[in-house]
Design a binder for this molecule. Sequence first.
Ligand code: CTP
Ligand code: MG
Length: 248
Amino acid sequence: MSDSAAQLEVAAVVVAAGKGLRVGGDLPKQYRRVGGRAVLTRTLAALAQSPRIARIQPVIAPDAADFFFECVADLEPAHREKLVEPVPGGATRQQSVAAGLEGLVRAGAPDLVLVHDAARPFVDEGLIARAVAAGAEHGAAVPGITVSDTIKLVEEIAPGIGRVHETPARENLRAVQTPQSFRFGPLLDAHRRAVAENRDGFTDDGALAEWAGLGVVVFEGDARNRKITQAADLIEADRAFSGQTFAD
Ligand code: CTP
Ligand code: MG
């Protein structure tokens, strides 16, 4: 980490206000247990253990406060202390991130913010350190991994059928993850501008930052840092974390 990165105050926004429709089940995926602990508890603990992260702003669905505080109760006290009051999320991920950033304005704006999906409990210190360093140096930085599949750009012409427009060179493609790292002021301004101009539906902050004209870089992500998206991902995460508990 460069000296400048070491001096920056870093906060994280954890977006946990989704419904987890693709995983299914009664309880949204971030509150389901993997290896005996809720996904969200693991994600919060993974961020809170980092000496680089001073504060964490959780964003939750207004009707999930009970589940959220169960997760909080399961954290070590030192980790719990880094949490600020949760704020209610919105109907889209973008709206939830914006709510989290506004929450951080009220709690005291940091220099740098890491925006992270609650559904990515595998985030670790190495990835956090790379995110902080890249965000400090470049202002807007997202973790990406090379892709092993060939990716087609298509236009859907019938249900399940896409007309191929283009096959981008695979070596130029990256699959993007979180934590995404930004200078706080510029990201906040970009989100506020998107609200003012009625632009919603950016699926990540990297895309919103690009739209706002911020130069965005991709740094090295981590193939293990998968997002729990489908039911099978939850089963796999349960296995991975159970194995870890056993080995401990
Ligand atoms: N998220 C959020 N607010 C929303 C939508 C999503 O805070 N309105 C969060 C989710 O809780 C998750 C992250 O954004 O941690 C990534 O979204 P995704 O994986 O799509 O989760 P869900 O939207 O909950 O799942 P699905 O799309 O299957 O319903
Ligand atoms: Mg979603």
